[in-house]
Design a protein around this ligand. Structure first.
Ligand SMILES: [Zn+2]
Length: 70
């Protein structure tokens, strides 16, 4: 998939939107059958992203990375 996060900014490398962008979310949903697995996968991403996006409030990161998964 082209829509991967840039590790230094956590913007999408393909469309430059905040990752996970819509195509990335679609891809993650399509390739992860179990909602719990999906949330765990995004939780790992959130942990990495939290270092890069340290200025973002936790609630914003939560909505961006996890809320849409269920
Ligand atoms: Zn993208």
């Amino acid at each position: 998939m082209d829509h991967q996060p840039d590790p230094s900014t956590y913007n999408c490398l393909s469309c430059a939107k905040e990752w996970p962008c819509d195509p990335a979310r679609e891809h993650l949903k399509a390739t992860t059958s179990d909602p719990v697995q999906l949330a765990m996968r995004l939780w790992d991403e959130l942990e990495d992203a939290a270092h890069v996006l340290a200025n973002e409030p936790p609630s914003v990161l939560f909505e961006r990375f996890l809320k849409w998964t269920w």
